[in-house]
Design a protein. Structure first.
Length: 358
């Protein structure tokens, strides 16, 4: 059988693209080696329309957030399993200065309807340090990503669209109109390998800026679950009476080992938010497929049109993958032009430089 697309990788990016293409009627096959510490499996799963150190409105948030919300809710209805937990995000102030800054900022129009409320103070709590108030961010929530991946994995296996093995580049042959991998033939191959994309022989010239992150799962006990909390760290529900505290950002280390430094950093920051003693039940690390300009990497190889990439979701895969998968599917059908901000064509000059150095 000639597949339309062979996809490599079944993390958030690959699984959502595979589901989107399969639902659009394409014949697909996915090859993946499941990894307990893939970025997708350790992610806090947060969808936050205002993010980064300054809590600016995220790129394309007005489009990405509603699209992702209905994508996950559709999956929930089809698979009869809750995946997305819509919850306001309470970003707590650490100082009066921060409070004043936000009072000014939130009065502007930049944040649209994502800011629900600004509190100059909140009632004292036994559990949360919230007395200085905070901002309440609307339309956020979290996805239990491992549950999502497992549901889609079982679904793909059931449809005979997934092979669990390692993809080896040596076995790939490129022809003009199709690709051949061992005895599999497909019109196109799409790489969704997460941070491993930085080692992909076709795409290693792209400016990945890999970023290690660590998270801690602690016993939730009497932790209030009305909000997702943020104050230097996030505290997000993680199922099974746990909450996940995250995350660290480390551009200097590209391994997947949890570290004592990471644990200390998270516990130290969490103590400024949570008043109770914390019992750590898990400590995980993964590598975010981040990119120099903080935008995804999508498109066709400039010299090999049937070799494509869907990657670079950085720290926002939950929010970005559903819309970008749908957009990419339409681009593949020639119904839309690829958004210039995500198109790898913005980096084609780097391929020339890469070749000169070889
Ligand atoms: C600590 C941490 C916290 C995070 N928190 C959030 C958050 O709250 N919200 C959010 O939106 N994002 C978060 N992220 C980022 C998010 O995890 C990523 O944006 C997203 O998961 C990337 O998905 P991916 O599919 O591109 O990569 P991955 O999850 O790395 O998946 C890639 C898959 O490809 C497979 N693969 C690669 N090479 C091969 C090969 N040769 N053969 C077979 N299989 C292969 C891998 O085994 C893996 O299964 C966080 C990341 C980290 C590390």
């Amino acid at each position: 059988m000639l597949y339309d697309f062979l996809l490599i990788g079944h993390g958030l990016a690959g699984s959502i693209l595979a589901e989107t293409l399969s639902e659009a009627g394409y014949k697909i096959l996915v090859i993946d080696t499941p990894k307990p510490n893939s970025a997708s499996n350790v992610a806090a799963g947060l969808m936050n329309p205002l993010a980064g150190k300054r809590f600016a409105k995220s790129w394309l948030a007005d489009t990405l957030v509603p699209f992702a919300t209905s994508f996950y809710q559709d999956l929930e209805a089809r698979f009869n399993q809750q995946l997305f937990y819509p919850k306001p995000i309470l970003k707590l102030f650490s100082s009066v200065e921060e409070q004043n800054n936000w009072m000014g900022k939130s009065a502007g129009t930049t944040y649209g309807d994502f800011i629900k409320e600004v509190y100059t103070s909140l009632p004292a709590s036994d559990v949360i340090s919230q007395e200085k108030g905070g901002i309440l961010i609307d339309k956020g929530g979290y996805v239990l990503v491992p549950v999502l991946l497992e549901i889609l994995r079982v679904h793909r296996l059931h449809k005979q669209e997934l092979i669990t093995e390692s993809f080896e580049f040596i076995d790939l042959q490129l022809q003009d109109n199709y690709i051949k991998y061992q005895d599999i033939e497909a019109k196109e191959i799409i790489f969704c390998e997460g941070y491993k994309g930085a080692e992909n022989p076709f795409f290693k010239w792209l400016p990945f800026s890999l970023n290690k992150g660590e998270v801690l799962d602690v016993k939730a006990l009497d932790f209030p679950d009305e909000y997702i909390y943020n104050k230097a760290v996030y505290v997000v529900g993680a199922g099974a009476e746990r909450v996940r505290i995250g995350a660290t950002y480390n551009w200097r280390q590209a391994d997947e080992e949890p570290t004592e430094t990471g644990r200390e950093e998270l516990l130290h920051k969490a103590q400024d938010l949570i008043k109770k003693p914390l019992t750590v039940v898990a400590h995980k690390a993964g590598i975010r497929p981040a990119v120099r300009d903080r935008r995804p990497l999508i498109g066709s190889h400039p010299e090999q049109n049937n070799v494509k990439i869907f990657n670079g979701m950085g720290s926002k895969g939950v929010m970005m993958a559903p819309y970008l998968a749908s957009h990419f599917a339409k681009v593949l059908e020639a119904k839309e032009d690829l958004l210039p901000e995500v198109n790898i064509s913005r980096y084609f000059s780097l391929l020339k430089e890469h070749k000169k150095l070889q």
